[in-house]
Each structure stands twice: as C-alpha cells, then as structure tokens.
Design a binder for this molecule. Structure first.
Ligand SMILES: [Zn+2]
Length: 281
C-alpha cells in the first residue's frame, strides 16, 4: 500500500487507471472516458504500458484534488454543481494543459451566474480575465462601467492582484470613454430633444433659454455622478431641472408650462444610456 486515500466520488471499481492528485488523493477512473475527452490522455494511453506488479496504471498529476474533481465532474456525465471561482480558475488552467477542450467552455458556462451575483464587478472582471473569457469579461465590464469605481475597492478585489496592469488601464480607459459618451448623449437629448418614438419632441428653437437652462441645471446637478447612477435619470432630478428652467418664464415647444418631465422622458434617457453601453466591445 502506498498510503494514498481515495476520492469517494471518483473511485470506480471497474476503473482501469488511477490519477493521483498533488495532495495525494487517488481517483480510480476510466481510460476510455479520459481518452475521449482529451487528446493528451489519448496519446498517453496509446503508449505501450510498462509491465508492473501493480494491477492498475497510476498517473501522478500536478493538480490538487479539488481541481481534479472539478475537471472530472465535467468530463463524466454528472449533475452540474456549483464551483467556487478559485476552483474554476485552476480547473480551467488544468483543462487547457491536459487538453480537455470542452471543460473550459462548460466551466465558463457554469461560472456565469456565479460571477453575475458577485457583488463587486471588478472582482468578476479580474476572474474573467484570468479565465481568458471574453463573454464573462464583457458582462463584468458593463457592470463595472455602471458602478461607482471607488465602491469597487472597498474591499479591494483580491483577484485584481494577478491581472496585468495594462489590462486594468485599458478597462479604466474604456469606462471613461463610455461614461463620456453616455453623459453627452443625455445632455444632448435634454437640449435638442429625443429622436425616435419615445420621449417628447424636440424644441424647435435651437437657442431656447428654457431648454438651455434645463440642460445647464442637469449638467450642474449630475457633474459628480456616474450617468448610469439611477439618480441621473430620476424624476427628482428631472423635476428639479424643470423648476429652474421655468424660472426663465418662457414656454417652449418641449417644456411647456404645466408639462413637467414624465416617464417618457425617463425612458428616452434610459434608451440613450443603453445606446452608450452598446459601444462596449
Ligand atoms: Zn425649448
């Protein structure tokens, strides 16, 4: 006996190969299954076997038991199970090395809801970058753009430490571009009116003081806010701007006296924000 203990989930009596994890746990599994899932194992098992007194071939792995178990749970037809981001990252790395081509995409698929529910989008992004997943990183980037950056550092995301600083710089740059675009789309619609079917029609006077004051008040009141902050499209802020515009005491096509901002204005602004977000690649 070599003193290794056995993994209970993967200890098939008819298994014909034993994988030994780096922390000494044995997985008695099937060569056929491993060969079908991975060219790496297929080639390994094709080699002529050395005659040994042991009844089963044993392969010592550099992966720990948690990683091997996560891999095998995808390779074998078992129920989907939640994995922690840490296990998913090491399983994806191992899957790449051991050429389990379907494992990475399955792991990304299972991780999606986990990353979506992570409170800190910067943490979700850092994990997605390590996994090299474009889709997961896009979801997280959109959440990060909409979030207050300072909140994402309280506490500091621990996976950020292993992300190259250029990747983080590119993310911040992208956030700035989108926020600038969103802010200018909002202000533009407040000055010139909304195009399309929602919202109120444009003011026909491009130099209208009522519209101008409305837009100025809006820029002033929201200058320190992320345009995706719900406060930026709240009725409270729209009514506040409307109140200041009315001080001009001139009615215009758009903000006629007695026609305060309503839900349609909010919807039109929301649609502008979605337009800005659609620039995220
Ligand atoms: Zn006007």
């Amino acid at each position: 006996m070599d003193g290794h203990s056995k993994n209970t989930a993967f200890s098939f009596p008819d298994g014909d190969v034993i994988l030994v994890s780096s922390d000494g746990l044995e997985f008695q599994v099937h060569k056929l299954i491993l060969s079908l899932a991975s060219p790496f194992f297929r080639d390994m098992f094709k080699l002529p076997q050395v005659e040994s007194p042991k009844p089963l071939q044993s392969v010592t792995m550099t992966e720990d038991a948690g990683t091997l178990e996560a891999l095998l749970k995808i390779v074998y037809p078992t129920e989907a199970e939640d994995v922690s981001p840490e296990v998913a990252i090491s399983a994806c790395r191992a899957a790449e090395k051991l050429q389990f081509s379907k494992v990475s995409s399955m792991m990304h698929y299972r991780l999606q809801p986990i990353l979506e529910t992570l409170k800190n989008p910067l943490e979700a992004w850092a994990i997605a970058v390590q996994l090299n997943s474009r889709q997961l990183s896009k979801d997280a980037r959109i959440r990060f753009i909409k979030a207050n950056t300072r909140d994402c550092f309280n506490p500091r995301p621990k996976h950020l430490n292993v992300v190259p600083v250029e990747r983080y710089a590119a993310l911040i740059n992208e956030k700035e571009v989108i926020i600038k675009e969103a802010r200018s789309k909002l202000v533009e619609t407040l000055i010139y009116g909304y195009q399309g079917s929602i919202g109120r029609p444009a003011c026909l006077d491009p130099r209208c003081r009522t519209c101008g004051t409305f837009a100025e008040a809006y820029v002033f009141l929201t200058s320190n806010l992320n345009p995706f902050d719900p406060a930026c499209t709240s009725m409270t802020i729209l009514r506040e701007c409307f109140g200041r515009a009315l001080l001009e005491n001139r009615s215009c096509q758009r903000w006629k006296a007695g026609a305060p901002p309503d839900e349609s204005d909010r919807e039109a602004m929301q649609s502008k924000l979605r337009e800005a977000l659609s620039l995220v690649t």
